[in-house]
Write a protein that binds this ligand. Sequence first.
Ligand SMILES: NC(=O)c1ccc[n+]([C@@H]2O[C@H](COP(=O)([O-])OP(=O)(O)OC[C@H]3O[C@@H](n4cnc5c(N)ncnc54)[C@H](O)[C@@H]3O)[C@@H](O)[C@H]2O)c1
Length: 689
Amino acid sequence: MGSINASVDFRRDGETAVVIVDNPPVNALKHEVRAGLVEALRRGHDDTAVKGIVIACAGRTFFAGAEITEFGKPPQAPSLHDVIAAIEAMQKPVVAALHGTALGGGFELALACHFRVAASGTRVGLPEVKLGLLPGAGGTQRLPRLIGPEKALKMIVTGDPIGAPEALSAGIVDEITEGDLTNAAISFARRVIAEGRPLTLVRDRDDKLIGEGFADAAEELTRRLRGREAPAACVEAVRNAIVLPFEEGLKRESELFRRLVAGDQSKAQRHIFFAEREAAKIPDVPGAIKPRPIASAAVIGAGTMGGGIAMCFANAGIPVTLVETSRDLLRKGLDRVTTNYRTTVSRGGLAADEMERRVGLINGVTELDAVGTADVVVEAVFEEMDVKKRVFADLDRIAKPAALLATNTSTLDVNEIALATVRPQDVLGTHFFSPANVMRLLEIVRGAQTSLDALATAVALGRRLGKVPVTVGVCYGFVGNRMLARRSVETERLLLEGALPQEIDAAIARFGFPMGPCGMMDLAGLDVGWRIRQGRGERAVIEDALCEAGHYGQKTGRGYFRYEAGSRTPIPDPEVEKLILETSSRLGINRRPIGEEEIVERMILPMINEGARILEEGIAARPGDIDVIWVYGYGWPVWRGGPMYYADQLGLAHIRDRLTYYADQSRGETLRPAPLLQRLAGQGRGFGS
Ligand SMILES: NC(=O)c1ccc[n+]([C@@H]2O[C@H](COP(=O)([O-])OP(=O)(O)OC[C@H]3O[C@@H](n4cnc5c(N)ncnc54)[C@H](O)[C@@H]3O)[C@@H](O)[C@H]2O)c1
């Protein structure tokens, strides 16, 4: 209990007033905290014995941001602006003592202080753009004055935090300490007082406010992020910092913030923010269930996925045994891992000694017996049921009791794999996405007999690996790929009816995906789906014909598009066009021009329809889970909030009618609106409401 209110403590240390805020877990700047800070500053102001003030936080971090649940609600005074005004009105030095993650409103508060002292591991940043917002408490006006508009723009538009050393060299923090932070901040305040250092506020500085470099950076960003409201508003606000007086810039920032917070894009992004947190909770798994401890791991198969999964463990500091069938394949797998790490090091994303440490955590072997001590085993061998069953039967014999046994299968029945063991309660799917060390999504596939604590362990492990885990049920393709398959069917139909790959991809890119379905297939490899179809006795006329012609995608320099050597830029391929036209004609289809609106509808609505079936079958627990899967696994534009959220914005009755229209047109029965969609549309409801 603090001396001012439950969250804020005020004490004296000699001539320095020390204000400590304690609002676990991340010291969000909720109303009580703001009120306590204003009162503490008033006391510091009124007490003539106080010569300087330190603002610090208890727990694991300085203020990590605003209280997000207060967004979009009527503001309750004092606002963060009021707190900042009180800081800037002080005639005594105010020193912010930063540790943990000083983010968003927390960082903006620190920017209003006269000085900033940071613990060595601190990270500072303005991540508002990730919620479709801009820093609304002066960040866009103060940061450019402190470090120059170009650097500020980068921090504000990417939303990525920077570490204390970089913050020190940029001039954001005045001192870094390895010792006790509060004491260091108190000493710093004393020195400032003793030396009579001038108290210049960031708002009054203009020596760094030169537009050089800003215009080019702004133009580039504006082009790249077209259609996204928040980054555009960030650019405008930082430009205002250069061209408008401070107060005027601040006023414009508030207006922009208000517009964004009420806008559709930010609402969608905040939906994803909450859906991601919700996804970590599994409805029927009580919070009290303890995950099993995981101190070591094993991965079977050092191919494309196995190597990436081993990297995930090493990146999280978990020692991992990587098993292959021969020394030669093992060497190749380990070499791929090292090359991956080297690329990151050469791009400045990882220190060389840290790379060594991580590589050192991966122990390559060719004997399966070596997995006997692992707490979790992830199988990533060929996608063949017999091979997987053999591996799991062996694991049953070798793995220690209560080890988590996970398969990375993308299509096979996890229940059948589990029955190759006598401990199906410990078996589940961990469906990583490629490249496994990069992609954030992790579908956790819950088998019929998977125990609750095995499930809780997988979710906790996923988070530890820096992934976004979402629990799904067993079915062909789980959630993400099952919906993707609907899009693939429509891609093929559109190609046959009149569209070309570049038209489809351009429409989907304009919708907001980083790449269209044809470019994505080229990246993943067309041959993968071809083999799966062959195994299942299915056909996709155009894609099969492309594969038969040796067009496997980027790996062969040709797929739906052509690729110059060493380039990933898709170039329309006249031969592919010819192949498509011939196929249409062979099937007696009269090609017609297909507009962008139809392309987008036919790509997106069938996926939503499949999402409805997935919800009805209980394969996904919540519509938000599906949204998270599509945003983190497939590049769904986050500012459109995921497919099910988007569906609610469009209106389910409209979607039902459009699907019915397309089902009638193409006689594609899978396009008929799913029963859940029909029902909700009839009741005037959405998936999430
Ligand atoms: N590639 C993808 O994009 C992707 C994405 C998600 C899931 N998956 C799934 O991940 C799994 C692996 O896929 P991949 O693309 O990495 O395949 P891959 O062919 O690149 O790698 C499989 C590796 O497993 C090894 N292997 C086979 N049997 C083994 C055994 N008994 N013991 C040890 N090693 C063995 C092979 O030698 C090979 O190196 C598959 O189930 C696949 O469906 C793949």
